[in-house]
Structure formats: C-alpha cells, structure tokens
Design a protein around this ligand. Structure first.
Ligand code: GLA
Length: 380
C-alpha cells in the first residue's frame, strides 16, 4: 500500500498512468497558424501523470517537479500566474469535463523531464497528458484531434499565447521514429518514417529563455493576418497566407508584411521537400532545407536571436554537419542539426567550446534517437 497525495492509503492498482511527449519541429516554422504544413517529431521526454478518482468535489493536483500541490473545486481554474502549470492542468480538466458524461474529482501527480522553456512543448505535453489522465480515469473517449484542439485552447486562454495547433497534434499523434506531416489547414496527417541510418538529428539548447517571446509571437500572428487581409483585398480568395501565390507575396507592402508572407509561402514548400527528402533518405537535401529555413526565420520572419544564429553558424562550419536551424517559436530555445553519423562528437565539441567562449554558458546537447508516444503507461 502507498500513501497518496492527501495522506490516504491507496493501492497501486487504483492508479492510471499516462504520458505525453514533447516535440521538436523538423521544419515548417511559424506556419501552423498560417494554414501551412509542419513536420514535427515526438521526443523521448514526456510529462507523466499518475491519476485516480477522489471521493471529494475538489481536484488535487501535485507537481513533483515543482513540489507544489493545489486543491480546487471541479469546474474551476484557480488563480495562478499566466503560464503556471496549475492553469494548464485545471484548464484542460475543464475542457475535458465539457465532453464527458460525468466529471469526478481527480488526484493527479504530475512529473516531467522535458526541459522547460526550451521550445520543446512541455506545456502541450502537460495538457495532453492531463487529457489522457481524464480519459483513463473516467472512461471517456475523446477523438485525438479534438483533444489537441482543447489543449490549444487552453494554451491560448490560460497562457495568453495565440499558438497554432502543431505542438498539441505532435504530442497527441506523434509516433516513435516518425515525423508527423500535418496540414494545419485541414488537420489531415501522415506519418513519415525517419530513416534509421545515414545521419543523426541533434538538438542544441541555447539556454536562452525570453520573457517577451509570447508577445512577439502574438505580434507575428497579427502581421500575418494583416498580410492575408491585404492579399484578399487584391482580389484573391485566399484560405490562408500559405496559400498565397509567391508573386503576390513579393508585391505586398510594407516590406515587413512582404517578408512575413514570403517566409510563409516558402517555408510551406520546404516542408513538402523535407518530407520527400526523408522518404528518399536524402539527408543532404534535408540539411539544405534546414539551413534555408533558418535564413528565412532570421532575415524575413525575424524570430531568431544572436545565440541561435551563432549556434547555427558554428554547426555549419563543422565538416559533416549537413544543415542547421532554429526550431520552435524562436527568440531563444534550441537549434536542430542534421549531422553525419561520424560527426556527432565533432559537433558536440565545437558547439560547446565556441558557445562557452562567446556567451559564457554551456549549451545542452541532445541526440534525438529515442522517442515516445502519448498513451497509457503499461507495467513492463
Ligand atoms: C510555438 C507554437 C506553435 C508554432 C511554433 C512555431 O511552438 O506553440 O503553434 O507556431 O511556435 O512554428
């Protein structure tokens, strides 16, 4: 017998264990909210939740990472700072309750090993894991795409980020060793196998966490919607910015809107080319697309930063590195690199040394070999 979070006795069998992974986007940046395609992969780090019903009218949620607990009435979201883990979990429980025949009080113990604020979607994983925990305990069955939509709403309402749907779809639907080729317009998707040999994917965390990232993200969304409105005024019946003709994008004024639109149109094309490169096991082509994507995010979309640019430049100078780009929302977070198998150590050394010298901090470097998928965690 175990002691549960409120001090009662609980046997292991009364718990449901669920998990949801973080994600890294291979390519297709800042176009999920522009009706484009994206190509994220789930990573081998997750948010895990042990969940059970409570004989109360209050939920009790505990974060083992933060060593915090919170108790609140079913159907409410307690006051907590925007972006706090409490609001994500409580918000998601409310969303789920709306779709369930009954909504009992739950005890959730939450633990995660996804680095926070690194652009690896720890918050999307937290929401999806909460949704799965609710499903497991109540026996409710929620369509995966619907669950991703709920998690997106939670992010928008409770964290104030007008995010697209990529992260939530990747966490809910991503499969190990596959990239999720997702149309953010129709939400149709396809699992694209990642070749096991020939090159590796390496992630380098700059350690930069930008407080203003959310407001600058929302600013980009507004610029894109202004560019789309302009395009429609010129007579085009456009579904989204990514559907704009390249020539029309080039003609938009002012320059800032033109640049945002050209990025969106080109990045969408790069996603299709990248999916084809994976299918053809053409790592060199994938690398070139990564680098082109970074240049566009840096110069046209303006969401990179000095540290990310430095890490990309440093990587590209290492023989055997086939391409590099920032990944995720930007203004900090990680770069993703395509690296020949025998070059991983060279990149690790070069990036660590150069970054330490330039920015007086050590980057964290991960090889993206393992990946996990959302669902129940079954005993081994
Ligand atoms: C964040 C958002 C996503 C997406 C990316 C940029 O991760 O949550 O919806 O817009 O930035 O591609």
């Amino acid at each position: 017998m175990l002691r549960d979070a409120v001090g009662g006795r609980a046997s292991l069998s009364r718990f449901s264990m669920v998990q949801a992974p973080g994600r890294v986007n291979l390519i297709g940046e800042h176009i999920d909210y522009n009706g484009g395609h994206v190509l994220p992969i789930p990573i081998g780090r997750v948010v895990g939740i042990a969940a059970r019903k409570r004989a109360h009218r209050e939920h009790r949620i505990t974060s083992l990472n933060f060593r915090e607990s919170c108790t609140f009435a079913v159907g409410t979201v307690p006051t907590a700072p925007a972006g706090s883990w409490v609001r994500y979990v409580a918000g998601m429980l409310c969303e789920m309750a709306r779709h369930a025949a009954f909504a009992p009080a739950l005890a959730l113990d939450v633990y995660g090993d996804i680095p926070l604020g690194a652009g690896l979607s720890s918050s999307a994983a937290l929401c999806i894991a909460t949704g799965l925990a609710f499903e497991a305990v109540t026996g409710t069955d929620i369509d995966p795409i619907e669950m991703a939509r709920m998690a997106q709403r939670v992010e928008q309402v409770y964290a104030g980020v007008q995010c697209g749907i990529m992260d939530q779809m990747a966490s809910r639907l991503g499969r190990p060793h596959h990239a999720l080729l997702l149309s953010c317009d129709t939400l149709a998707y396809e699992q694209v196998p990642i070749p096991a040999h020939g090159a590796r994917l390496m992630l380098i965390d700059s350690g930069v966490r930008r407080a203003l990232a959310a407001s600058r993200y929302n600013e980009r969304r507004q610029e894109c919607s202004a560019a789309l409105t302009l395009g429609r005024r010129h007579g085009a019946s456009l579904r989204s910015l990514c559907a704009m003709d390249r020539k029309m994008a080039e003609r938009l004024k002012p320059a800032v809107l033109r640049n945002r639109a050209v990025h969106a149109v080109d990045e969408d094309a790069r996603v299709h080319a990248a999916a084809a490169a994976l299918t053809q096991r053409d790592w060199a082509a994938l690398g070139r697309l990564f680098t082109a994507s970074h240049v566009s995010l840096r110069d046209l979309y303006e969401v990179s930063c000095a540290e990310l640019d430095f890490l990309v430049e440093t990587a590209l100078a290492v023989p055997g590195v086939l391409g590099a780009r920032m990944t995720g929302g930007g203004f900090g977070g990680c770069t993703i690199n395509v690296v020949r198998e025998d070059t991983c150590e060279d990149l690790r050394e070069a990036a660590t040394q150069a970054y330490q010298q330039a920015f007086k901090r050590e980057p964290r470097i991960y090889e993206l070999r393992d990946s996990l998928q959302a669902g129940m965690v079954r005993p081994a």
